[in-house]
Each structure stands twice: as C-alpha cells, then as structure tokens.
Design a protein. Sequence first.
Length: 155
Amino acid sequence: MTELNINGKVARAEVEGDTPLLWVIRDHLGLTGTKYGCGVVQCGACTVHVDGAAIRSCSVPVSAIPPTARIVTIEGLGATRLKVVQQAWAELDVAQCGYCQPGMMMAASALLAQNASPSESDIRDGISNICRCGTYPRVLAAVQLAATRLAANAA
Ligand code: FES
Ligand code: FES
C-alpha cells in the first residue's frame, strides 16, 4: 500500500513501487487533469509539483516519493496562491486543444514560486513543455500577467 499526500489530503493506492507516479495519480486516484504525452520526460504534459518543484510524473516511480512529500496536481493548484496562474490563463485564453495546458500551468506556477519576476528568457528557459498547438506566445504573456498580479498582491 502506497500512501501519498496529494492536494492536501492523504491518499492510498495498492500499487507496485515501480508504478510511475502519473499512473497512480490518474488511474488509482482519478485525478485525470495530469496528462500522458510522451512518457519519456520530453513533453511536460505530466508535470506535477512535489514539495513545490515541478517534476515529470511519467518517469518517477511512486516508491521515490516519500509519504511526507507534498504533491500538488492541477486539481489542487487553485487552492494555492498560484491560482493566479489559472486566472491569467483564462483571461488570455491561452489554451487551444488544451491537452498540454495543465502541465504548462504547473511548470509556470513552479517557476513563479522560485522567481517572482522572471524575464522573458527566464520563462523560455524555465518552461520547456511542448505544445503541439503552438500556444507559446500566449503562455509567455500569461506567465508575465501572473507575475504582475502576484507582485501586486504582495505589495
Ligand atoms: S508524459 Fe511525461 S514528459 Fe511527456
Ligand atoms: S494547447 Fe494543444 S497541445 Fe498545447
């Protein structure tokens, strides 16, 4: 039995230790906002936070996550101060097909937690997620808007 702290709650799943975290989140816990894209740490569709850091959950065995680690998925992001990321995404109508967007928002929110005022190159370097719809310019604008809102909220 694996125990995880996910979105502020304790969750348990009967899985083998080498099961990727992504499949525990999606198939066992029913949190399907986190997506499967490539399965090989390339696209970022599976991005979640573990203790505030963005990780690609497709390639992390669940046994590598201690029960005390705080996991946040896109479903839990709205309960954090970084819900401004989702608000900026909605305001700028960033998503096209939407498939990559939960991972994009998780990567963006982790970046903003580490760097409250990222430059354009910080954002380009910090978010390496792939979007086949090409939403990159709107992603950039939304991260900049979210950073502005976070700075105003902190003032
Ligand atoms: S599905 Fe994990 S990086 Fe692509
Ligand atoms: S919005 Fe379609 S893949 Fe990114």
